[in-house]
Each structure stands twice: as structure tokens, then as C-alpha cells.
Design a protein around this ligand. Sequence first.
Ligand SMILES: Nc1ncnc2c1ncn2[C@@H]1O[C@H](COP(=O)(O)OP(=O)(O)OP(=O)(O)O)[C@@H](O)[C@H]1O
Length: 323
Amino acid sequence: MISVEHLTKYYGNFLAVDDISFHIKEGHVYGFLGPNGAGKSTTMNIMTGCLSAASGHVRIDGHDIFEEPDEAKRQIGYLPEHPQLYLNDTPMEYLRFVGEAKGLRGEELDRQVGEVIRKTGIAGVRNRRISNLSKGYRQRVGIAQALLGNPKVIILDEPTVGLDPLQIIEIRDLIKELGRSHTVIFSSHILSEVQAICDQILIISKGKLVAYDTAANLEKQLLAPSEIRLTTDASADELRHILTKVSAISRLRMEKGNSKWTMARISTDRSDIHELSGAIYKAFTTSDKMILEMALKKGTLEDVFIELTESSTGEKTNARKEA
Ligand SMILES: Nc1ncnc2c1ncn2[C@@H]1O[C@H](COP(=O)(O)OP(=O)(O)OP(=O)(O)O)[C@@H](O)[C@H]1O
């Protein structure tokens, strides 16, 4: 449905999109996930024909966005990060205006405007001025205009930014609903949001595509090491000796505890952390030392996201606090 090949974009000397390539199939919800400034909006603006690129190709349903912009754009409905709504218009007037600009006329215009109003749940406010609508309803109007012309692909740039928690839930539900009838791509810097809505996740960091897969596969393939925190009455040397029998350990770090007990962090790269905890219990049974406390921490997608985006930006992302 969409093919992006070796896309590169500079702002002056600054490389904002760095040789990004990916393919998108019909009928799924895709999430562009990345910290602020990662290059999500720039990539979306190029994909929708709003911005040029230094090099690379974007094909929408076989049409090159640079060479056949009209055909390619017909397949896309776009809600930019800062949509230009006409605040003095009502949603009805605004949607009729956008519909006409997309070439709709007469009964077909009436039908489509009615349908997008119904789909986005704005019937109750369709005759109020947009300037009097809440941010959530304005965002719905923005999504409604993207749906006009019945495009195959809907691209939404940070559609939940600035909304209150209830509005966020409503817009997320709407995106999921749209995913039943369209291919939807939306961007966010909030991992939990992308995880909750998307079938596929594209992680973008510092202009590069650093991962592309389902949430479950990302966790499996890029697995952040799982870790066990252990407190024992064994000394550090005794613990090292007991654990020589445990092959699943990839890393062992002693931690400063109180003077009486030894505390350690034990990591594994294996996908099943219980394989490690079981082996540790077993190793202790053949010693005269005790496990006083054992806590398991499984590697999560959040760990993967933070590691991928930190290693390429060198900065802390804000995913953890907002997820
Ligand atoms: N018109 C511009 N001129 C110069 N630099 C720009 C311009 N637009 C974006 N940038 C820079 O390009 C980088 C990528 O920006 P972009 O808006 O694509 O990121 P983003 O992932 O969408 O982040 P955000 O969520 O903050 O919008 C950022 O460092 C940004 O400051």
C-alpha cells in the first residue's frame, strides 16, 4: 500500500530524516513512535506530499508522491500536527468546503459529509462554530476532514496531544474504529498509546528507523535483559560459587547491601526468566545458604524503546514518565 525507500531530508545542514525505508500493508493500524524531534512529522509531511525530500521515493498504492502527486494524494487523508481549521465556520460548513476542495459535489458531497460526521461523532456540534468547540471535538473535525474523499490511508500526526484524559481515550477508540475500514498511520511519543492501538510499531529516533515490528515481536527480538534481584545470607564469594552451576546467567552484579546480607542483580538474555529463577533455587538447595528475597523483573517494550532511542539520541526520552 505504501512504500518508502531511502527517504532523506535536510533542514539546512541538519539531517532530519536519515535514509528511512519501510513498507506498509493495507488494513492495519501503524504507530510512528519516537521522542520529540525524532523526525516523525517530517516523514509524515513528505509521505503526504506537503514537503519535498532531498532523496528517496514514496509510493502510495503504486503512485509516486513526487511524480504523480494528485493520484497519490487521493489515496491519503491527513491530519497534520497543527491543522488549519477555519474557526468562524461550523464543522458542517468547514467539511463541505474541504469536500468541495477534494472534488466532491452534489449528493455525493452531502452523503460523505454526513458519513464522516457520523463516524467521528460530531453530529451534536455540527452547527456550532469551531471556535466554540473543545480541543477534543476540534480534533474530531480534523479527523473528519481527513476521511472525506474516502481515502485508503489515514495519516494522523500526534492526534491526542493536548487532549484531556477522557478525550484521549475517545480519540484512541476512534482511531481503532477507523482501522477496521482504512489503513491508519498515526504518530505519538507515548509508548503505551502506540502499544494499545497499533498492530505494528515503527520506532523513529534521530531521523532513523530503528525498529519496525509488532509489539510482541519487538519485545522478543530486542529483548531487554530480564533481571533477578536476589538477597542472600551467602557472602559475595559464596554466591559466585553457588551460581557457577547456573548457565542461564548473562551478567552478575553485586550490590552494596547492609553488612549482614549480600544483594545481587542477575541478568539473563533468555526469554523465560523463570528458567533462571528455577535454576537459582536449585543451585541454592545444594548449598547451606538461603535465598532471603528474590524479585523478578522481565524486560518490557518500554525498556526496549528507551534503550533504542537513548542509544541513538544520547538523551533521555520522556516515554517512561508519560507511558
Ligand atoms: N522547518 C524546520 N526547519 C528547521 N528544522 C526543523 C524544521 N522542522 C523540523 N525541524 C527539526 O527537525 C527535527 C525533526 O522534527 P520533526 O518535527 O519531524 O520531529 P517529530 O518527531 O515530529 O517531533 P515532534 O513530536 O516534536 O513534532 C527536529 O530536530 C526539528 O527541530
